[in-house]
Design a protein around this ligand. Sequence first.
Ligand code: AMP
Length: 519
Amino acid sequence: MNIANWLYASSRAYPDRAAVRWGDALHATYAELAARAATISEQLGRLYNLRPGDRVAIYAANCPEYLELLYATWWAGAVAVPVNHKLHPKEATWIAVNAEARLVFTETGSQLPSIDLPEGCSEIGIGSQAYAELLTELRSVPAATRKPVERSSQDIAWLFYTSGTTGRPKGVMLTHNNLTAMSLTYALDVDQVSQSDHPLYAAPMSHGAGLYNFPYIRAGACHVIPRSRGFDPSEIIDMAGSHGNLTFFAAPTMVKRLVDASKGRGFKGKGIKSIVYGGGPMYASDLDAALDQLGDIFVQIYGQGECPMTITALPRHLVSDKGHPNWQARRNSVGIAQACVSVRVVNADFTDCAIGETGEIVVSGDPVMRGYWRNQQATDETLVDGWLRTGDLGHLDADGFLTLTDRAKDVIISGGSNIYPREVEEVLLMHGSVAEVSVIGMPEPEWGEAVVAFVVPKKGAICDREHLDTWCKSQMASFKKPKHYVFATELPKNSYGKIVKTTLRETAARDVVTIDRSV
Ligand code: AMP
């Protein structure tokens, strides 16, 4: 089963319905979207020799062409590799190489150091002449005549690049079956899906927001790409008025910014049907403010790339169920297991924890990834006897509500983007003046968390904020750069010689004022 069949079916059932809007302007009806996807897929085969199973990377911010590129890839039976547009070109190239991509779609073309791309891999700029050539046959290929290539439901559809504790990005293999299970469960547990909905892409389509396209394609709803290509609270308030029935995924920090903007404009949520939040902790006071300002439009989900968007959900009637005696505890939880998964909290020996006891969250079911791309060791460590080890710690209550207590993987979430400390540490360690380093996240009101680097300089070396900042800028995306540096003569270690990050967090929390100063 190829998940592109969903677009194929909608294009025949609702050919004239608007499928994609670029702000207010119509980009494509369902018939046009399917025709564009089918035509591009055929041309990719003809001009670039794209074959089923080949990988196609998309390194671009949200744009009206994003959905047609995803579906063109699947139409051809190939594997989409959406890459976070905020990554540095060097990082994007690393992913293209690791995925052995045959094609990379980029914003403008010639963006990646082509010398580093895998042999036989072509780069196509979205909107370039090469892109236009993919669509020259458009008129003569009615979508209804050519179905998407047949795939097994266990074939890979989406290679989702995330990072593990090692800091190296890993390609999570998501199959057509994984994405189908995620989408069916969305309609059952997260939100009702209707043709009159306007799914809005305020967060990157390379991640959760893009993953949520499927149920709305199936329903024949109209997808809206904001002109800002990202998250602009004022624009969303305007679009709520002009489009109505907006529904979108937002990180908790985005919800907070939308609430602040809404207060400023006296906006009370009219025209927004649902906001699905997740990906990081939502603070209780922020949720209260959001409910007060925008009403009962909030649904929480907990998931991870390895089990996309589909571990637990806290549906809107539970988020706002103020009359329930346990409402506060429930609101602070991530909800109950979604319909297609089993969720357990286990001890180190994989036995179930008691109610209220903290352990590692493990999950099984149809949305769980097939494994990591070309990384059997990491797959074996993460998929154990049919259970996905999430690396998250939490506890269950007597009613089945799961509360997350810590992120065992130490991921820093800043402005809704994940930052993996080890990756930043490795870059800093490459600078000649750094002897030792450890990177942590520190709570910060505006972005959720800020990156703090504890650095032990090499003796006699010139090691200061300015030099390290310039170095980081040349090596990685700017959102990952440390915001604060603490220079130290040594780092706290346990008896195994491992750096104790909890001590560093305490130091950062206690000693914020001395941060940026040598100690
Ligand atoms: P990613 O794989 O990049 O989507 O990151 C997934 C991680 O984000 C999870 O393993 C959790 O640590 C965290 N996360 C996801 N959803 C939530 C949530 N609703 N509340 C708190 N943390 C979350």
